[in-house]
Design a protein around this ligand. Structure first.
Ligand SMILES: Cc1ncc(COP(=O)(O)O)c(C=O)c1O
Length: 383
């Protein structure tokens, strides 16, 4: 058996979910909303499954969806994408990530990635033969620097895997960050695989800027999105990839033999959803921001040092200033057993030299769920 997968330990996500079940805890560990998602988009999927085409759709995705993706990014980011040669539909962002890495990496190529990272990245990079090179990010700002990039990039760098907005740090990177990374990509002739699934879930004055919009990255960037996050329908697994034709052509070859296609009714519904008016996107953000503020205020009242959440469904607390004598994982295990609230220790998102003081909570929950969780957490810092 391949040791990359055979030797993967039980993840902290599984452990926390199991403990949450055993202790009837409120699960603020997993990142999915309580809300069922927009009714009109779900109706469009139901309608399409009853009255539409249910056989294999085209390998690149339904033309209506590819056109809708191109139009969507023209509307929000003034990107000029040719839907026929630069847009492809995948079965979730996860498939897009796996396919991109399989298509772009040759064994021995180096891949720069930022810790903390989404848990799928490392096994996918390794299985594609890539050698990971880490850039460590730390609270409270989680920003990278010229020096940290210089230490990670080399002549062997082929790909940089960049998640923006970044889960789990809840950071939205600014233009100057993107431009700095772009300079390294250009200098070392690397392609940026940009996981932008959280692009619409950003708060306050933060605005998402796609890496593809940085002019020198137009030909060396793979932009990955996910309808699951855009429409709060995380189980749908409809993703998309936008990239210059010479990159997309190769990515399409990988996609052809991974999933080939994605359920046509969901594609039809996502095409409908992407064309929704700006109000939908504004309201969605406003609603998550309200929940973020509710959880943040409650955590602060209890005494947790709350870190800024600029986007995603999550918010972090940094235990370091509290001098608790517990690392994040020990704290989370105690929290779920004694206080019946599950959270995720952010050290789980590092491969080496982790930050061990940050705990992540999901706020994409009903007010009553958040309030009950806060009541339960009230005693957590008195231990
Ligand atoms: C950073 C990041 N990338 C990818 C995914 C997975 O997206 P999908 O469900 O579309 O495969 C997630 C889901 O939480 C995520 O947070």
């Amino acid at each position: 058996m391949n040791p990359i997968f055979a030797d993967l330990p039980t993840t902290i996500f599984e452990t926390m979910s199991r403990l949450a079940g055993q202790h009837q805890a409120i699960n603020l560990g997993q990142g999915f909303p309580d809300d069922p998602g927009p009714e009109d988009v779900r109706r469009a999927a139901a309608e399409a499954v009853m009255n539409g085409w249910n056989q294999y759709p085209p390998m690149m995705g339904l033309p209506a969806l590819r056109q809708a993706i191109a139009a969507h990014y023209r509307r929000f980011h003034a990107l000029d994408l040719d839907w026929e040669t630069e847009v492809m539909v995948t079965s979730g962002a996860t498939e897009a990530l796996a396919g991109s890495l399989m298509a772009l990496i040759e064994p021995g190529d180096e891949v720069v990635l930022f810790q903390p990272f989404y848990d799928a990245y490392l096994p996918l990079i390794r299985r594609a033969g890539g050698i990971p090179r880490f850039v460590k990010l730390s609270p409270p700002h989680w920003r990278f620097t010229e020096e940290s990039l210089a230490a990670a990039f080399s002549e062997k760098t082929r790909v940089v895997l960049f998640n923006n907005p970044l889960n789990p740090s809840c950071t939205v990177y600014r233009r100057e960050d993107l431009e700095l990374l772009a300079r390294f990509c250009t200098k070392f002739d690397a392609v940026a695989v940009c996981d932008e699934v959280w692009e619409h879930v950003v708060f306050d004055d933060n605005r998402h800027l796609p890496m593809l919009a940085i002019p020198e990255m137009r030909e060396r960037c793979v932009k990955i999105g996910s309808a699951g996050k855009i429409f709060s329908l995380t189980g749908w697994k409809v993703g998309f990839v936008c990239a210059a034709p010479k990159l997309l052509r190769v990515l399409a070859k990988a996609h052809q033999f991974i999933t080939f296609t994605t359920p046509p009714n969901l594609q039809t519904a996502v095409a409908y959803g992407l064309a929704k008016s700006d109000d939908y996107f504004v309201d969605m953000r406003r609603s998550f921001q309200r929940s973020r503020d509710r959880l943040a205020a409650g955590l602060r009242d209890i005494g947790f040092p709350v870190l800024e959440s600029q986007g995603t469904y999550f918010i972090n607390v940094d235990l370091a200033p509290l001098g608790l004598n517990e690392d994040d994982e020990t704290f989370c295990r105690r929290l779920v057993v004694e206080h019946k609230v599950a959270a995720i220790p952010v050290s789980a998102f590092y491969a080496e030299d982790p930050v061990r003081s940050v705990v992540r909570f999901c706020f994409a929950k009903r007010d009553a769920t958040i309030d009950t969780a806060l009541e339960r957490l009230a005693g957590a810092l008195r231990a």
